[in-house]
Design a binder for this molecule. Structure first.
Ligand code: COA
Length: 161
């Protein structure tokens, strides 16, 4: 049976931390679906379409990874895709409480879908989407912190004023 996993997130914007989890998730599963969560309560920095575009470029090197977006409950989406696992990146202790809560509620909602947390590489431990946005807003350079596709979109945003 094909082992399919969903790697969900806001990815606003994707960072090198996300790319690392994509690479390692794609190596662990037969198919990895990188899924952008559409949250109507939040005002994102990049539109869903922009984030999907960036992630498609990030996944180009991984033939068993594809990009999608979803609305509603993650476990419902995962089930609709035939996935048996949810992949998440775990940075510091502070992430653990949130991830534990998410994994527990998702397990309660659907026992067939397990959560697999991959420990973030130490060099990405301090990294976050907010840091990349903060750098950009203050005129800084996010080279090395975000993938080329994110940097290109940021440069386009800067050029547009
Ligand atoms: N390295 C470095 N940073 C990382 C990282 C890694 N490996 N993995 C995550 N991060 C950072 C991100 O950059 C981001 O930073 P920010 O806080 O500055 O934005 C943060 O950690 C988390 O973002 P992300 O990975 O994009 O995910 P998220 O926490 O926004 O995603 C969902 C949450 C989408 C998975 C969750 O809200 C969800 O499942 N929603 C659907 C509704 C649902 O089913 N809810 C649960 C049941 S009620």
């Amino acid at each position: 049976m094909k082992r399919i996993a969903v790697y969900p997130g806001s990815f606003d914007p994707p960072t090198m931390g996300h790319v690392d989890i994509i690479e390692r998730g794609a190596a662990l599963f037969d198919e990895l679906i990188v899924a952008v969560a559409v949250n109507s309560q939040k005002q994102p920095f990049f539109t869903t379409e922009e984030r999907v575009e960036i992630l498609k470029e990030c996944c180009a090197d991984y033939p068993n990874a594809r990009v999608d977006s979803f609305q509603g409950l993650l476990v419902d989406y995962a089930q609709s895709q035939g996935a048996s696992a949810i992949v998440r990146g775990l940075r510091a202790l502070s992430d653990f409480e949130y991830e534990f809560q998410m994994a527990s509620i998702n397990r309660k909602l659907n026992e067939q879908i397990d959560t697999v947390c991959l420990l973030t590489r130490w060099e990405h431990a301090y990294l976050s989407s907010s840091i990349v946005k903060e750098l950009f807003i203050n005129g800084g350079d996010a080279t090395g912190l975000a993938p080329e596709a994110t940097l290109k979109k940021l440069a386009k945003r800067r050029a547009a004023g």
